[in-house]
Design a protein around this ligand. Structure first.
Ligand code: HEC
Ligand code: HEC
Length: 195
């Protein structure tokens, strides 16, 4: 392949990268990029390219320690990362219910999501993740459109220290301040926004 030849993000996604260890992403993340909830495979469609590239770098460095994604991320070249994240961010986001901060917080998950638990320095999730948790800019990923399995796995990864890739321990602090019940409740709440 000549170096001038453009790297094809869709080809990497659907067929794999140049290194065979970079398995086709679609196998797990789905042809539509919406993941496979019960298996813990997250949605990637519509996420910011900078956020996606950061996660791939974090899997590679181990600051986000995951045995499935580490070999895959490590096998992608820089140009391949650029191409696949550009393609993913252009894929349509799933429809999610748009709640606002003034919505009724009528369950423990909704209370944490929309009001927080300031007594324990837990800000409301939507303060950073945006109204309806649709994500904000390059740093704050969407929580809506992800499964309860994936969301709780991430909160638990921060609690056990296997994920420590967030700036200033923002999420680590929050996750460690939460109880098991709160992790399940808030994960179910955000997963429920994408019916
Ligand atoms: C064998 C299944 C599998 C394959 C193939 C796979 N992934 Fe993943 N991916 C996962 C799992 C599982 C996670 C969640 C890891 C965790 O819990 O931290 C994940 C997470 C991610 C994340 C983090 C998303 C977020 O919201 O933070 C990105 C980015 C990602 N994968 C990109 C890719 C790309 C690009 C490819 C193809 C080159 C790929 N994955 C191939 C299973 C897979
Ligand atoms: C002060 C800002 C802030 C607040 C408040 C916040 N988050 Fe986050 N959250 C972040 C940042 C930044 C990231 C991305 C970290 C990284 O770079 O990987 C993140 C990532 C996440 C992820 C991983 C998403 C993915 O795709 O892998 C989950 C799950 C999450 N937050 C849940 C929550 C929940 C639940 C709450 C409320 C209890 C919350 N967050 C409140 C800043 C915040």
């Amino acid at each position: 392949m000549s170096s001038a030849q453009a790297v094809d993000g869709s080809k990497i996604y659907n067929e794999g990268g140049g290194d065979p260890a970079a398995i086709a992403c679609a196998t797990c993340h789905g042809a539509d990029g919406r993941g496979l909830g019960p298996a813990g495979f997250p949605r990637l469609a519509g996420l910011s390219p900078a956020y996606l590239a950061k996660q791939l770098a974090d899997f590679k460095s181990g600051s986000r320690d995951n045995p499935v994604m580490k070999p895959i991320a490590s096998a992608l070249g820089d140009e391949e990362v650029k191409a696949v994240v550009a393609m993913l961010s252009a894929m349509p986001s799933p429809e999610t219910r748009h709640v606002t901060r003034v919505d009724l917080a009528d369950s423990p998950g909704a209370v944490l999501a929309l009001r927080g638990a300031w007594g324990r320095n837990i800000p409301e999730c939507v303060a950073c993740h945006g109204p309806g948790a649709v994500g904000v800019g390059d740093h704050f990923p969407p929580l809506a459109g992800q499964s309860a399995e994936y969301l709780s796995a991430q909160l638990n990864a921060w609690r056990d220290g296997s994920r420590k890739n967030d700036p200033n321990d923002l999420m680590g602090h929050i996750a460690r301040s939460m109880t098991d019940e709160e992790v399940s409740a808030v994960a179910a709440y955000f997963a429920g926004l994408s019916h």
